[in-house]
Design a binder for this molecule. Structure first.
Ligand SMILES: [Zn+2]
Ligand SMILES: [Zn+2]
Length: 357
């Protein structure tokens, strides 16, 4: 099974398809004191690898943050093993709304300094003094309250395709930036307003709520289990769904649909669209929103320049890439000046005139 990690994405996809087994996409996190993350990492890898678990997992002295794809048949074994680890016994598992056997194609368990790159200095505030957890029902009531300020703790490219109605969605690239921005915006209201926050699965709010309490906010709440868990509760309990659009997720699925609304626009022509793609030029890989028409016009690329490079033979592309590090700008979509934009009407006219083959 170790060899599996050496296969290409397509080879892995084929293996998963041939296996024909249902898989569950699951995420969980836990802040805990882990003395030796390397040993813990090896322990997890060996067992999960043996029961065909895939995913991306970060382990640090401060805890674990895991996103996984588990064969449905092996779920009990997976769960029993988690329960055998003291600090993971009965940990809340966020189970994805939309399942996809291809959500993860490899098993990567990495030792990191932190389980979320929050940009915060260690030891400056008490990370265990967190806000009050609320469930979906309590959350729905809280956000109706006149004294509530609802804040999205995710980054701009996540809230762009879906968020709670009336939420503040900071226009930021990083978690650290959004912490400062929110504090500045709400500094007059630290004692009076109810600060209610949410993120994808809850992990970012654990740190954020402790940070805001440290900064003097008195009434701090966080949505337990984040949007993923909220969507499940809304369905199972027949509650009103206050989330519009899609929930951005960090696996091959990219997002899961929570409501039918399309709240974002194509970054190239402005038409309603909420499908994130990576620019087909491997040297660019920019993450951005592209509609079907632009996809055709641009050969799945973000710019004319990328389109040109992408049309070159693969070996030539490789030569061009030589010496250039991997771009770290992949999430900066919509902020780059390189992206090629269109007037929607001109594009439609152009496409209608284009020969079909
Ligand atoms: Zn478009
Ligand atoms: Zn590009």
């Amino acid at each position: 099974m170790q060899l599996y990690n050496n296969l290409s994405n397509n080879e892995r996809k084929n293996l998963l398809k041939e296996a024909g087994k249902d898989r569950l996409t699951i995420s969980f996190y836990k802040y805990a004191k882990i003395g030796n993350p390397e040993i813990f990492r090896n322990h997890l890898f060996l067992f999960w690898n043996s029961i065909d678990v895939l995913g991306r997992i970060y382990v640090a002295h401060e805890g674990i943050n895991a996103q996984l794809s588990v064969p449905a048949d092996n779920f009990d074994e997976f769960k029993n093993h988690l329960d055998s680890i003291i600090f993971l016994k009965d940990v809340r598992l966020n189970i994805a709304i939309e399942q996809d056997i291809f959500s993860f194609l490899k098993l990567k368990v990495k030792v990191r300094k932190k389980i979320v790159s929050d940009g915060l200095d260690e030891g400056v505030f008490d990370v265990t003094d967190i806000g009050t957890h609320v469930n979906a029902d309590e959350f729905n009531q809280l956000v109706e309250d006149q004294d509530t300020v609802l804040v999205d703790m995710r980054n701009h490219y996540e809230s762009e395709i879906g968020h709670f109605k009336n939420a503040i969605t900071p226009d930021v690239d990083t978690f650290r930036d959004s912490l400062d921005l929110i504090e500045e915006q709400l500094k007059e209201h630290k004692k009076t307003k109810k600060l209610v926050m949410y993120c994808t699965g809850g992990i970012r709010c654990e740190k954020a709520s402790a940070y805001y309490k440290h900064k003097g906010f008195k009434k701090v709440y966080q949505l337990e289990g984040g949007i993923i868990n909220y969507a499940r509760q809304v369905k199972s309990q027949g509650l009103e769904n206050k989330f519009i659009g899609k929930n951005f997720v960090f696996d091959e699925r990219r997002s899961e649909k929570i409501s039918d609304d399309i709240i974002a626009n194509c970054h190239q022509c402005g038409a309603p669209a909420d499908v994130h793609v990576n620019c087909a030029n491997e040297a660019c890989h920019l993450l951005f929103i592209q509609c079907e028409a632009c996809k055709i016009e641009m050969d799945s690329c973000c710019s004319s320049n990328c389109k040109e490079i992408n049309s070159l033979p693969y070996q030539q592309q490789k030569l061009l890439r030589k010496g250039q590090g991997n771009s770290n700008d992949i999430f900066k979509k919509g902020r780059t000046n390189n992206i090629t934009t269109f007037n929607k009407n001109e594009l439609l006219v152009k496409l209608s005139k284009a020969p079909l083959w």
